[in-house]
Design a protein around this ligand. Structure first.
Ligand code: GLC
Ligand code: CA
Length: 563
């Protein structure tokens, strides 16, 4: 495959499409999406114009956390198909001009992984030191006050060896001990195994959690359990470990790597992605998706503003411009749907979904489209907790319920923020179960599938889907989006996000109305609009004269000037 234009690495020119396999397409009627289902939709993805698929974990797993708890890194879980299916997916994708990036979960394994089954047997088992163990404190308390991301303590007592093990996520996801050289050797073997199968890179799950502060100190001054992020995110040896992996594995292949890294700032991000340091190509930073998160944890919801969102995005645009590289994303399998969150999924669904698409495809960095985002898929509100499947939401429900919180208040949190918003099945057509499965889906479809689906949108020139196609094609046709500078205008506006992208041959002026009201925008004198044409528009605007632009609700316009 072509390595990309000029000296620019191929992954900078790429548009990535994220697949949550369980919810993408079921090929055999068992209600669970699978690899054969993905293969059957490669034509669709090629036609959309994307060049890379990031596929969430498909390895063997007891599915406590839908595949993010791996029990065998070398095999495929039977729900999803066989090892052969995976090999076929890799080669068929390549034939479609699409690269495959696999999700790799190496901060923790499943508690059913053979390493853990051995490790827990006794303190002197050879695998014991693969995980993080602590003797029970004499006073009967927990080893520290860290809270798991999935509720409750980050520790579970194991009868058989008489110690607690650390699990930052569910108790079915024990954290690996990266201090142990054997563990790092095993991890490197696993990475090589898949790279040698011909995949094109990795999305590295919670990769900045792999080094813990020794002694696992409690968060000082806290009441009850709290996130101890400062003691296990961006820990003391994280860069040593990543440089070792880069040196021994990644640097030997032509691949892309993207690390999932909550709690990074542009400054700390550079330590991971600066090209001269050799660790990772890109990160998923969380600042913009945590914009509505209070101090306690993700369920602590606070108000946010467009102005704050813009300032976060611009900050990352400017700071990872020349040094490092951004990932551009608004949603994924852990977040609410982007149009429900940052747009308007009611009256202006189409307009706002297209506006957000315009932004994603014109910012500097590699854009990620999460399955269904290209249709304008929205959040869902199922009647009660029994419809939900996500371990995080279910644990939250049980915890708050036990504390006397009302169903109504718990469900409001889950409606707003729950991960199942993004995990309802992909909406292919208006037939029963949205054409996702001929059986009973593992989680219900969003009832709005009758109007929001690929079949209906394919034939509608005005659809969100066709706009995505056009915007992806536009991005590919204009290298300025990849290599041009970024300059923001009107940073104080709480409605309009406007920026110029520029290189020696082209200038793009992008204007996005993030509000449901009209707005008369005075174009700054400094921007040379002579011979600028309307290159993209989500309202059908084709021309413009003068210097006052009357923006409609959620309007997005891209002006193009060739030099
Ligand atoms: C990442 C994944 C999420 C998973 C967690 C634990 O945040 O994206 O889905 O639950 O890691 O592996
Ligand atoms: Ca299936």
């Amino acid at each position: 495959m072509n390595k990309g234009k000029g000296n620019i690495q191929w992954w900078k020119n790429a548009v990535v499409y994220q697949i949550y396999p369980r919810s993408f397409k079921d090929s055999n009627g068992d209600g669970i999406g699978d690899i054969k289902g993905i293969i059957s939709k490669l034509d669709y993805l090629q036609d959309l114009g994307i060049n890379v698929i990031w596929i969430c974990p498909v390895y063997k797993s007891p599915n406590v956390d839908n595949g993010y708890d791996i029990s065998d890194y070398h095999d495929i879980q039977s729900d999803f198909g066989t090892f052969n299916d995976m090999t076929t997916l890799i080669s068929s994708a390549h034939e479609h001009g699409i690269r495959i990036v696999m999700d790799m979960v190496i901060n923790h394994t499943s508690d059913q992984h053979p390493w853990f089954l051995e490790a827990k047997k006794s303190k002197d088992n050879p695998k014991h030191d693969y995980y993080l163990w602590v003797d029970p404190p004499a006073d009967g308390s927990l080893p520290n006050n860290w809270q798991s991301h999935f509720s409750g303590p980050a520790w579970k007592y194991e009868e058989s060896c008489g110690q607690y093990y650390m699990h930052i996520f569910s108790s079915g996801q024990p954290d690996l001990n990266w201090e142990n050289e054997e563990v790092r050797r095993e991890v490197k073997d696993i990475l090589r195994f898949w790279l040698d199968k011909g995949i094109d890179g990795f999305r590295l799950d919670t990769i900045n959690f792999i080094s813990k502060v020794p002694g696992y100190p409690s968060v000082p001054g806290a009441k009850g359990l709290v996130r101890g992020s400062q003691f296990y995110m961006n820990g003391p040896k994280v860069h040593d470990y990543l440089q070792e992996i880069y040196r021994d594995v990644f640097s030997r292949y032509d691949i892309m790597t993207v690390g999932e890294t909550p709690n990074v700032t542009p400054e700390t991000a550079k330590q991971y992605v600066s090209e001269d340091r050799g660790e990772l190509n890109m990160l998923f930073q969380f600042e913009h998706v945590n914009i509505d998160q209070g101090k306690i944890n993700k369920w602590d919801i606070k108000p946010w503003s467009i102005k704050d969102l813009k300032s976060i995005l611009s900050k990352w645009q400017s700071s990872l411009g020349e040094e490092g590289w951004n990932s551009i994303y608004l949603s994924n399998h852990d977040q609410a749907r982007s149009v429900s969150r940052f747009g308007n999924d009611d009256r202006y669904l189409k307009e706002s979904a297209k506006m957000l698409c315009t932004m994603d495809m014109t910012l500097r960095g590699t854009p990620y489209v999460y399955q269904g985002e290209e249709l304008g898929m929205t959040n869902v509100k199922f009647p009660d907790i029994s419809y939900y499947r996500d371990v995080q939401s279910i644990n939250l429900y049980n915890e708050l319920k036990a504390n006397g919180v009302s169903d109504h208040d718990i469900m409001e949190k889950i409606y707003y923020r729950g991960r199942d918003n993004a995990r309802t099945p992909m909406q292919w057509d208006a037939s029963e179960n949205a054409g996702f499965t001929s059986g009973t889906p593992w989680i219900d479809v969003n009832p709005n599938y009758t109007s929001i689906n690929t079949e209906a949108e394919k034939n509608d020139p005005d659809s969100v889907l066709n706009y995505y196609k056009a915007m992806i094609a536009f991005r590919k046709a204009h290298p300025v989006i990849v290599d041009g500078s970024f300059k923001e205008y009107f940073p104080d506006s709480d409605r309009i996000f406007a920026y110029v992208r520029e290189n020696d041959s082209e200038m793009l002026f992008v204007i996005l109305n993030f509000s449901a009201t009209k707005f008369a925008l005075q174009i700054p004198e400094e921007i040379d609009m002579e011979n600028a044409e309307v290159a993209m528009s989500n309202t059908g605007r084709t021309s413009f004269e003068g210097r006052v632009l009357d923006l409609r609700p959620y309007e997005a316009v891209v002006f193009l000037k060739r030099k």
